[in-house]
Design a protein around this ligand. Structure first.
Ligand code: CP
Length: 304
């Protein structure tokens, strides 16, 4: 594997290998001195054309722990403001001698374009409404760590599935590893006919939550909506927001997830963010171990 562009095409065995590798990385992160020289001499360019806190900084931290160097390109101060194309930016990175690029872009398919034309490794850090594969991996990792398994779990994904690259990667990852996935949310924000995925569509949220082991709440992505997808924030909160009463429809030991950042009091009641069922902080922590694993597997850690 040279690139990580999506989870849709990753076989189950490879997903499991990435999660197992992330467990080894998590062990390094529990040591008093969190440094290994595994990727010393490697350089990664972080190309973030959209805002990010968790993904960008966990990649930076992953590089530091593994001994790799990271360079961050700020879209606002780079030559993209002078009209340089994404591909020319990628070619410039290649000429500078970097070993891999991590790219977040508003256009679905941007990382695939780079991967087709460049010889270095490309990691998708979220492309438009397509996928966010390292988020999918950290979601799998967090659930497996708490529940001990993925297969056979009922995973309820709630909200703006249509615009969510997080949901797409989660659907592919969880179903590939044997979970049952049900999607719920306003009909205008659910993919028509489930996009052909092996999932259940249940617009009635209470029924969708019934018996769920995992409740994954999605962020309302105002930046990707054309407007009019639901009547108002108040109506969204009343019909689709997750609060303690709604969460009680799921199994008593159900876990609660959200990729962040949370629109507090809209899709999720603020007091649930740090309540015992919440995996939100664990998801952020898992992001470092998972991204270390991806860098290790792509940039020559194996046998290197
Ligand atoms: N979950 C996620 O991608 O968060 P950031 O936008 O903060 O990176």
């Amino acid at each position: 594997m040279r690139h990580l562009l999506e989870l849709e095409s990753v076989p189950a065995a490879e997903l499991a290998n990435m999660l197992d590798t992330a467990e080894s990385m998590a062990e390094i992160l529990r040591r008093p001195i969190k440094r290994v020289p595994t990727l010393r001499g490697k350089t990664l360019l972080l190309l973030f054309f959209e805002a990010s806190t968790r993904t960008r900084h966990s990649f930076e931290l992953a590089c530091k722990v593994l001994g790799a160097d990271s360079l961050a390109l700020s879209a606002a101060t780079s030559s993209t403001t002078k009209g340089e194309s994404l591909l020319d930016t990628g070619r410039t990175a290649e000429a500078l001698g970097v070993d891999g690029v991590v790219v977040r872009h508003s256009s679905s398919g941007a990382p695939q374009l780079l991967a087709r034309h460049l010889r270095l490794s490309v990691i998708n850090a979220g492309d438009g409404t397509h996928e966010h594969p390292t988020q999918g991996l950290l979601d799998l990792f967090s659930v497996r760590a708490r529940k001990g398994r993925i297969a056979g779990l009922r995973v309820c994904i709630v909200g703006d599935v249509l615009h969510s690259r997080v949901a797409r990667s989660a659907v592919h990852g969880f179903t590939r590893l044997g979970a049952d996935v049900v999607l719920s949310g306003p009909p205008a924000l659910l993919p028509p006919r489930g996009d052909g995925w092996p999932v259940e569509l249940e617009p009635d949220l209470d029924r969708a939550l019934d018996g769920a082991d995992v409740v994954m709440v999605l962020r309302i992505q105002k930046e990707r909506q054309e407007g009019g997808m639901f009547p108002s924030i108040a109506e969204y909160r009343a019909r689709w927001g997750i609060d303690a009463a709604r969460l009680a429809r799921a199994k008593p030991d159900a876990v609660l997830m959200h990729p962040g950042p949370v629109n507090e009091g809209v899709e999720l009641a603020p007091e649930l963010m740090t309540a015992p069922p919440s995996l939100i902080a664990a998801q952020v922590a898992a992001g470092v171990a998972v991204r270390m694993a991806v860098l290790y597997l792509l940039l020559g850690g194996v046998g290197g």
